[in-house]
Design a protein around this ligand. Structure first.
Ligand code: UD1
Length: 434
């Protein structure tokens, strides 16, 4: 288990360059299977989720090399269509490989993602999309087996704009016969990045960023060097880290328009926001004011992946705020942890009522998930005293060297590895509740 000690009280200021986007890199890595030539991906973040995806690609037979911020993937050597259970269990996005593995090998075998039951984390839309493209899908014993010797273009209506399902259908459709139209597609910037990558490889995809994506199947793509887009969630997290400490933080190498919903909130909070071409600066007052009502929505709505971090900021804002989580059912686990630090909040189903306090205090808290963990780091930075974050390795799934980035802004995070007992290990794997 990784334990992070966050020392609170320092005002963060300075400039950081943001890492490449996790949620763009993962489907693009999956897409390399469609390209039977070497592909170079620059600005590919060095985080647990990409490292796990690399392990999965290697287990399928791909050759993958890391050179600085680049990953070079050669999928010519890939030969297996069975996704490894142990690794896929750690990485929900292994499900994104279903479409590309199926397209490449006319078959794909994957465990249910995240080791979860389908009821908890449904993938019905992924499967609906693949079936529409003429794949046969069998669900048995915790595994999904797809076969599709004859993938054909079709109209796929997603019902809900699921990011992963949109990406999976795009990947399966690239080499299918004929034209595929995805209706009600997710509009997230990472979908646009996937389209840009696919087009750079010679595939024919258009419409990403709108609810209608059209893919004309082509037989094969070609190798390319491609730069992954900057991470908008990490951008937002560091801007919020500045804001919660009353600081002045600039994030460069980013696409400011992709964090617009957050910037609107920060302005409403009393921060001064300045946007340039590829950078954004947020100068915060000593204590922000409340923002009334926030609800998470698919893009261009407020992102669910920044809800926990905003929650931390609102926990020390002047006044009462209301946050509704519309995208995921169970995404307020940080609320309980923040209470241990003196926060005042009440959860009513999908809505949180947060009464800001003047100051949080350090406590021993648990990072239940990636963004919830990041929220605790932010809270710890603003709190009085030391915050101990248990299971902080979950934060490393998505943030590259967060301790040194925060350190460069004047914050203090010390990482420690702690050995954990059997019971804790069972908690970590989800066998016991945390
Ligand atoms: C992606 C992002 C994740 C982000 C989320 C929403 C990656 C690797 N992850 O996750 O960081 O929080 O988008 O912006 O890009 N759903 C179904 N059936 C399905 C699929 C999804 O009911 O077949 C539901 C989910 O349970 C959830 C909602 O749709 O309630 C949104 O999920 P989705 O957009 O698919 O998120 P992910 O692609 O898993």
């Amino acid at each position: 288990m990784s334990l992070w000690l966050v020392r609170g009280g320092n005002v963060l200021s300075g400039t950081v360059t943001v890492q490449g986007s996790k949620n763009a890199a993962l489907p693009i890595l999956a897409a390399t299977l469609l390209v039977e030539e070497p592909v170079e991906l620059t600005n590919c973040p060095m985080i647990r989720d990409t490292e796990n995806m690399v392990k999965i690609l290697r287990s399928l037979g791909c050759t993958v090399k890391r050179e600085g911020d680049a990953l070079i993937v050669d999928s010519r050597t890939a030969s297996d269509f069975v996704l490894p259970t142990a690794l896929s269990g750690e990485l929900r996005s292994s499900i994104f490989l279903l479409g590309s593995v199926l397209s490449r090998f006319q078959a794909a075998d994957a465990p249910y993602p995240g080791g979860c039951e389908i009821g908890n984390r449904p993938i019905d839309l992924h499967l609906l999309g693949l079936k529409a493209l003429n794949a046969e899908v069998e669900e048995r014993g915790g595994h999904i087996r797809c076969t599709g010797g004859n993938l054909r273009g079709a109209v796929v209506d997603l019902g809900y704009p699921s990011v992963g399902a949109t990406e999976n259908v795009m990947l399966a459709a690239c080499r299918a016969k004929g034209t595929t139209t995805i209706r009600n597609a997710a509009c997230e910037p990472e979908i646009v990045d996937l389209q840009n990558f696919l087009c750079a490889c010679g595939f024919r995809v258009k419409g990403a960023g709108t609810p209608a994506i059209v893919i004309d199947g082509v037989k094969k793509g070609h190798g390319v060097s491609y730069r992954v887009m900057p991470d908008r969630i990490v951008t937002g997290t560091y801007l919020l880290a500045g804001a919660i400490t009353g600081g002045d933080v600039t994030v460069t190498g980013t696409q400011p328009e992709t964090v617009d919903p957050l910037l609107n909130k920060l302005t409403e909070c009393g921060c001064l926001v300045t946007m340039r071409d590829d950078s954004v600066r947020v100068k915060a007052p000593k204590r922000v004011r409340t923002v009334g009502f926030t609800e998470t929505r698919p893009y261009p709505g407020f992102p669910t992946d920044l809800q926990p971090q905003l929650f931390s900021l609102l926990s020390v804002a002047d006044g009462t705020s209301v946050v509704t989580e519309n995208v995921f059912e169970n995404r307020f686990r940080h609320a309980q942890e923040l209470k241990k630090m003196g926060a005042i909040n009440r959860i009513l189903d999908r809505t949180a009522i947060i009464t800001g306090v003047e100051r949080l205090h350090g406590a021993s808290v648990t990072a239940h998930d990636l963004r919830g963990g990041a929220a605790l780091v932010l809270a710890g930075l603003s709190a009085e005293g030391e915050t101990r974050i248990l299971y902080a390795e979950r934060i490393e799934r998505g943030y590259e060297r967060m301790d040194s980035v925060i350190g460069s802004l004047g914050g203090s995070i010390t990482r420690k590895e702690e050995s954990i007992g059997k019971e804790d290990e069972r908690r970590r794997t989800g066998e016991l509740p945390v």
